[in-house]
Design a protein around this ligand. Structure first.
Ligand code: CP
Ligand code: NVA
Length: 309
């Protein structure tokens, strides 16, 4: 069976925990793991812009002893008619795994259906599961664990990060609250799936509109851009309704006194988060960014080990 990570709930709670354990070991012994020695190659493909994902996969694959092939898809045949399924089939003949950042989740699903090697979602319109593995590793490091901790995500509660916080946070046994303005609520199907997962892990999920209620006594306060890639010209006001959701000192004051702040970056400083908070003592965002590297190395290792022909 070929294992993929297309959504956060593609990992069971036990598997997610195992990947995070491995990520912590890999972080402690950064150059000690070489499962891609050969070198085996990994294709890392981008339909959208990136800094962290691009560099962390490139560096991580090299550190695992492999050969990263990082390509912007505009230079491939993706945009001029070659089907994603054919690309998935062809790439499977060359590489050990395919990492893809793209638009609709249907696009990555098409690649995964055709591929015979693991396919990893490096961000779609719907989800950002690699980011969540890094975030959960950061929560473990700063909060001593994930189970029973409360995570509040405020901002665009309809976007990929909100959906991934719901699914991955529930998988990790967290109490996840997401809050956004009217019209920016999570996909009900994702919320229902997260609630189902939370029942089995002792976590919980809630979708709110009140940012203060979401943040109250939280251990982790997370946010993300109000305008995701591809939404720049969607005609919606992505500033005014979001202003009460800005993570500033006042909003953070409602969280637990030792709460940490997460932001996947890039940040729009002065919009969804203030400089004072992003650069302040409660910010864990640069640990979070570093943890992309360790988490993704562990994820690739896990998926390759679990994939049997
Ligand atoms: N957080 C994140 O995915 O960053 P990039 O868009 O720079 O990859
Ligand atoms: N929600 C953002 C995340 C960027 C890493 C986007 O999709 O653009």
């Amino acid at each position: 069976m070929t294992r993929h990570l297309l959504r956060d709930d593609d990992l069971t709670p036990a598997e997610q925990s195992a990947v995070l354990d491995l990520a912590a070991r890999m972080k402690a012994d950064r150059f000690g793991y070489r499962p891609l020695a050969g070198p085996r190659s990994v294709a890392v493909l981008f339909d959208k812009q990136s800094l962290r994902t691009r560099f962390s996969f490139d560096v991580g694959i090299a550190e695992l002893g492999g050969h990263p092939l990082v390509v912007d898809t505009q230079v491939t045949h993706f945009g001029r008619g070659e089907t994603l399924a054919d690309a998935g089939r062809v790439l499977s003949r060359y590489v050990a795994a395919i990492v893809l950042r793209t638009h609709g989740d249907d696009r990555i699903a098409e690649v995964a259906e055709a591929a015979t090697v693991p396919v990893v979602n490096a961000l779609t319109d719907g989800f950002h599961p690699c980011q969540l593995l890094a975030d959960l590793l950061t929560v473990r490091e700063h909060c001593g664990g994930t189970a029973g901790r409360t995570l509040a995500y405020v901002g665009d509660a309809a976007n990929n990060l909100a959906h991934s916080y719901l699914l991955a946070g529930a998988t990790a046994g967290m109490h996840v609250r997401v809050a956004g303005p009217e019209g920016f609520a999570p996909d009900p199907a994702v919320l229902a799936r997260a609630a189902e997962i939370a029942q089995s892990t002792g976590g919980s999920v809630r979708a709110l509109t009140d940012p203060v209620a979401a943040v109250r006594d939280a251990d982790v306060v997370a946010t993300d851009t109000w305008t995701s890639m591809g939404q720049e010209a969607d005609g919606l006001d992505r500033i005014t309704p979001f202003l009460p959701y800005q993570v500033n000192k006042e909003l953070l004051g409602h969280a637990a006194p030792d709460a940490i702040v997460l932001h996947c970056l890039p940040a729009h400083r002065g919009e969804e988060i203030t400089d004072e908070v992003l650069d302040g003592p409660q910010s864990a965002v640069f640990d979070q960014a570093e943890n992309r590297l360790h988490a993704q190395k562990a994820l690739l290792t896990f998926l390759l080990e679990e994939t049997t022909s």
